[in-house]
Design a protein around this ligand. Structure first.
Ligand SMILES: Cc1cc2nc3c(=O)[nH]c(=O)nc-3n(C[C@H](O)[C@H](O)[C@H](O)COP(=O)(O)OP(=O)(O)OC[C@H]3O[C@@H](n4cnc5c(N)ncnc54)[C@H](O)[C@@H]3O)c2cc1C
Length: 443
């Protein structure tokens, strides 16, 4: 909580501070006509710099909010920063003639709008699902082979150029003749660049966790488990259900980073597992990863972990397809750490081959007094429960287990359409927001 308050306070006070410093440098001017454009410009400048800090995903702040919320905030603030910068341009354009300095600001704005538009179309999966025209644009670009997520990630770095242009733009303004104002401009820009460079270069070198691929285990349902051995000592501390960004260094496999949940549990110190489904370009090559290859992990991330909450009354895990991976970590953890924990796992799949680790889960049912597992497959050949995870099914299962519906913590991980329906169902069951936790497999 303290981290949240501190980071939000710092985020929202930074523009106020800059406005106050600029205002006090020339109260006569800013107290009259120049006030509104100055405020718009100062806030936009601060938010643009803050965007670099957010894109550096500082662990300290991420651990307070969770990475998906963090990235959604990043997208929202990009839009707000653009609107403010645009309004600033319109108002300043009336007062000042066009010059090299104003042109720099215009170029930065155009660049920033371009980068943000590409990110909205190619990286913001939630928006893509909501707006069909965005989907059309994306599939057109994908057909032209320029719409790949990782190509967009590289293009996204052009926002750094926009921030540099904005910095030169503000340093050339009249306000920067005041030494304190100039110092603030430099401080904000330097701080943002520092975070960015640390994330892009130094964090990987200093804080990245190196592993060696020990075994590659093919699972059913187009899934593969990588068993990773730490290169130095034991596996780093993490919470069950968290995830990391994986890079594989092997000839013929791109070393781009991809996020995957850790499917092993944190008490297992010798190995770490990640279970990966073939869902696209990079993941289709996972079976080709060879034992002995080097792997770099940036981890752990996320707040999708029962030990972060008071789950004494019970945990309901609802997984869809490959969304089982963080659940495996959670279950493996409780199977070692607390076998008396009340847990239910409802796992929905389309094809029964997707139901991996069946014997392990059945063994857990025998070993853990209060663990109940219900696989549901929308597959005519499946011998167990057929269909989908509906509200009736969740309620009936909870009643059969004598669980208090309102006191359970619900953890969902699975595809977006399933999340929409599960969330709606949990809401109609009257479950409070703070008892619902979700991990979306898109950022
Ligand atoms: C927090 C989190 C945990 C995840 N855990 C697992 C897991 O345990 N097992 C598993 O099989 N999958 C997991 N995924 C999904 C996995 O990251 C994507 O399936 C994979 O990155 C797709 O890459 P691709 O090149 O094969 O597919 P593509 O066809 O290139 O991409 C498909 C979609 O995957 C996402 N994606 C692609 N590349 C990246 C990237 N570098 N960073 C972020 N998102 C990307 C985008 O939404 C994209 O639209 C997880 C995702 C997230 C965000």
């Amino acid at each position: 909580m303290i981290k949240r308050i501190f980071s939000l306070a710092a985020y929202f006070l930074a523009p106020v501070l800059l406005v106050a410093v600029i205002f006090s440098s020339n109260p006569g001017y800013y107290g009259s006509v120049g006030f509104v454009p100055m405020v718009l410009g100062a806030v936009a400048y601060t938010l643009l710099n803050a965007q670099l800090i957010l894109s550096a995903r500082p662990k300290w702040i991420e651990s307070a909010f969770g990475l998906d919320r963090f990235y959604r905030f990043h997208s929202l603030m990009a839009v707000i920063a653009i609107i403010l910068a645009f309004a600033h341009k319109l108002l300043e354009g009336k007062a000042f003639p066009e010059s090299f300095q104003t042109k720099l600001g215009d170029m930065a704005l155009v660049l920033f709008i371009g980068v943000s538009a590409l990110a909205l179309v190619f990286m913001a999966d939630t928006l893509i699902r909501l707006f069909r025209p965005l989907r059309w644009v994306r599939s057109l670009f994908v057909r032209l082979k320029v719409g790949k997520y990782n190509v967009q990630r590289i293009l996204h770095n052009a926002s750094v150029a926009a921030v540099v242009l904005v910095f030169v733009h503000v340093i050339l303004t009249y306000s920067a003749h005041d030494p304190l104002v100039k110092a603030f401009y430099i401080l904000y820009f330097g701080g943002a660049m520092g975070f960015y460079l640390y994330h892009k270069i130094f964090r990987k070198l200093l804080a990245g966790k190196w592993f060696t691929v020990e075994t590659v285990v093919p699972e059913s349902g187009s899934m593969t488990t990588l068993l990773l051995k730490p290169q130095n000592g034991a596996v780093f501390p993490y919470l069950p259900g968290q995830f990391g960004f994986l890079r594989v260094f092997q000839h013929g496999i791109s070393s781009e980073e991809h996020p995957f949940s850790i499917s092993s549990q944190p008490l297992e110190k010798e190995h770490l597992r990640m279970t990966i489904k073939n869902l696209g370009d990079w993941t289709s090559g996972v079976q080709k990863i060879e034992p002995g290859s080097k792997v770099l992990l940036d981890a752990p991330y996320g707040r999708f972990s029962p030990p972060l909450y008071d789950c004494r009354e019970g945990i309901v895990l609802i997984a869809g397809g490959v969304g089982i991976t963080p659940m495996l970590s959670i279950l493996r953890y409780y199977a070692q750490a607390d076998r008396r924990q009340k847990i239910m796992l409802l796992w929905g799949v389309n094809r029964q081959e997707e139901l991996i680790c069946q014997s392990e889960l059945r063994a857990m049912e025998n070993e853990m007094e209060h663990f109940m597992f219900l696989p549901v497959a929308n597959d005519p050949g499946f011998a167990g429960k057929k269909g989908y995870i509906t509200r009736e099914l969740v309620e009936r299962t909870l009643r059969e287990q004598n669980a208090d519906i309102q006191k359970q913590h619900y953890f969902f991980c699975g595809p977006a359409p399933m999340w929409a329906s599960i969330r709606k169902n949990l809401k109609t069951m009257g479950i409070r927001e703070r008892m619902i936790h979700a991990e979306r497999f898109s950022l």
